[in-house]
Design a protein around this ligand. Sequence first.
Ligand SMILES: [Zn+2]
Ligand SMILES: [Zn+2]
Length: 299
Amino acid sequence: MNDSPNIILYAIPFFVVAMSLEVYLVSKEGMNKYETKDALSSIAMGIGNTLLGFLSKIIVFACLFYVYTHFRLFTIPVVWWSLILLLFFDDFTYYWFHRISHECRLFWASHVVHHSSQHYNLSTAVRQTWSGGFYSFVFWLWLPIIGFHPGLIMLQMSISLIYQFFIHTETIDKLPKWIEAIMNTPSHHRVHHGSNPIYLDRNHAGIFIIWDKLFNTFQPELKEEKVIYGLTENITTYNPIKIALIEWVNLFKDAFTGKKSFLSRLKYFINPPGWKDDGTGKLSNDIREEWLNNKKNAS
Ligand SMILES: [Zn+2]
Ligand SMILES: [Zn+2]
């Protein structure tokens, strides 16, 4: 049924070669080294994601295919212009999926995994969710409705992930200006992994950085503000199962313990991470604005 090849599997040898090269480069140049435990837990998350992907991708394909056969408005042919269109449509979808993964706790519960390392290297790229693959595809459902073939959509989603693998590195500083202006780059994505207030929830792009510029979430990497990787409250485990489940457990605890209204319980799933029903929660927007105000007052 699924006639799109799983190109991520073919990319794995290139991932391994690139990672080995990076380990060598950072050891020479006095950059942040790989931490064995951290890298191994990232790789374990990647392996789990790939294995669960065999199941989730069947479900995703079946859902996209059902929508394509029952509800599609047009039939878009596989020609050069439709491939270019799909590249941009998929990337636009990825931006909103990724942004909402940071702004809605139901999606953050799975996406947080990718941000749970305090290191930034190619191994961080494969630190991937075990749960997201089963429900994040809802953002892509509009593409089979307008008539893109599900196999092609899934191929484009994989191409995007492979592109994004290579930007998880400190070995590349800034690329030429015109590339930094249009494309998502190592520098832009370092910002995305930053826990510094000014970098919180910025640069959600997949392949093109244009969406962040268009929708006001762009933040360039600043020389005077070195990126501190990780979460505002970091996890303290290298156990892959715990990494995969920790935020789900916290979310269900927050929603279903204590005395609160049904609506409050529901809001824990919908509102941003950090939100609390008693109003004491701090959201990333609050943290960033407070920091910017302090900076303004200090100068
Ligand atoms: Zn993210
Ligand atoms: Zn990343």
